[in-house]
Design a protein around this ligand. Sequence first.
Ligand SMILES: [Zn+2]
Length: 246
Amino acid sequence: MISGVMKRCAAARGVCSGRMRHGSAVLVRLAVVLSLGWAGTASAQAAGDPAPRPREKPVVNLPLSTAASGCTAQLLEAGAVFRATPSPPAGALGCGIDDPVRLDSVAGTVFRPRAVLSCVTALKLVRFLQRPLTDEVRATMNTDVKTVHVAASYACRGRNRQAGAKLSEHGYGRAVDIRGLTFADGRRWDVSPRRDNDRSPAARLQRRVRALACGPFTTVLGPGSDAYHDDHFHFDLAPRNAAYCR
Ligand SMILES: [Zn+2]
């Protein structure tokens, strides 16, 4: 079924939609365009591509084998709306992303701004949202997640933005910072320093999200971890023998 979707996407030469059946019908939209977003615009034009119209990015077809392979196919099956993007330049720090995607939304929940992540990290985030996070928000706040506020995703920099520090997992597209959520009922919830004995729903949700993320993600940092994480959660997939959560 995926190949059928891909063929329609290829024919459309751009953002497209298809219906896949995996238990229940799931409406999926996949951008099979490769956005020349980092530094590729000039080179594409030099190679003979027509100049883009104002405010419209030039696009090229993403090879079907890439779009339908492994992780990307799973992300598609999960119902995510995303766009494959070229890997950013490595720069002096040696940054880079395996199978990079720009994640837009899943099942009506949007990521804002869109998160640039490795496909594996995006898939982990989507599954975390779909299951434990959504369940916890329903249990604690009696509503659903409408918007995930992303404080950072891919960024080629040292840890905690410190010059000379070891390259952050953000530099590999394996980390995402979450600032807060907006719920379907319009309420906003922000990550912030809260006392351990705070019994409010907002504080309970913060403690639960933190605990639930430890395991699916190998690093979980937030308020109280250090001075850099008072207003967001940092989740990453750094290769480790055991999760590091504090
Ligand atoms: Zn971070």
